[in-house]
Ligand binder design. Structure first.
Ligand code: ZN
Length: 288
């Protein structure tokens, strides 16, 4: 999956440190990120020194335009706190964050997605939602605080489930309705306030395809920063009728596929595709 790095992990502990010239600067503009696509198709993010040269006219939200976000493979990453605009260096260009799926630069994609999650959180919490006073950054943890009413705002992560509904050697596969994404997927949805994650699984399956399920088996989770989520993957068994009643506002397709002929390839990015592949290999978690 995207977050499974070759070595090490994303060190996401908060640090209150200043940028150095060789550090990475992740710069967003609208839904796009500033990067360079090298001749071998690998992706590269700019260094702080470069961005400081370009940024004279870039929009910045506050006085301090670069904020530390995380560390990867010994390199510190900073976020441009504002909007990146025209870049003087034409070897760099803006690319859509959502479309970034470059197998040769998985760790860059993962960093961009995680920085994007934080960018959206910072962007939408510049003012207190309680009293509209400009917020300030805490110095000890990743949090913004209202100096007027004391409101503390922490990064928001939305829990969601990915559900592989199985019936013996069959897997229920779906396609979303009305989206550009036309690949097969699994049932998925957000946890609602007041329910357990297990209840989310049962409710989403019932809402989207009209089926009952039992024997939930947790598999793995995945941070999915592009949508601000943490996804939790479950396998479960069909309980009762296999007749699919599709919620056509959500889904265009809901079909049973045999384990030996699953119409999906795992490109090493998403939990969904890994779960489909693992079922194809017969290695999904079983009941004890
Ligand atoms: Zn306030």
């Amino acid at each position: 999956m995207l977050q499974d790095l070759e070595f090490g992990r994303l060190e996401n502990e908060f640090r209150n440190i200043a940028p150095q010239k060789e550090d990475i600067a992740v710069c967003f503009s609208g839904n796009q990120v500033l990067l360079r696509r090298n001749e071998d198709n690998t992706l590269e993010l700019p260094r702080v020194a470069q961005v400081e040269n370009w940024a004279n006219n870039w929009e910045r939200w506050q006085g301090e335009p670069l904020r530390y976000v995380f560390r990867l493979h010994g390199v510190n990453y900073f976020l441009w706190m504002g909007k990146a605009e025209v870049c003087e260096d034409t070897s760099f260009c803006f690319e859509m964050v959502r479309g970034l799926r470059q197998t040769m630069s998985k760790s860059v994609c993962y960093c961009v997605m995680t920085a994007w999650h934080l960018y959206n959180w910072y962007r939408t919490n510049r003012f207190c939602g309680n009293c509209a006073t400009p917020t300030v950054h805490d110095e000890k943890e990743r949090m913004v605080r209202c100096p007027n009413c004391g409101n503390m705002i922490f990064p928001r992560i939305s829990p969601a489930v990915i559900v592989a509904v199985t019936d013996g050697d069959r897997l229920l596969m779906t396609k979303y309705a009305g989206r550009g994404y036309t690949h097969y997927a699994l049932v998925a949805g957000f946890t609602e306030i007041g329910e357990t994650v297990e209840q989310t699984v049962q409710r989403e399956v019932m809402e989207e395809v009209g089926l009952r399920v039992k024997n939930l088996r947790y598999y793995k989770s995945q941070p999915w920063g592009i949508d601000g989520n943490v996804l939790m993957g479950f396998y479960c068994d069909l309980d009762g009728s296999d007749a699919i009643h599709l919620d056509e506002t959500e889904l265009a397709v809901g079909e049973w596929h045999h384990r030996d002929a699953l119409p999906s390839e795992d490109d090493g990015y998403s939990l969904t595709r890994e779960m489909i592949r693992v079922f194809g290999e017969g290695r999904e978690p079983k009941l004890n």
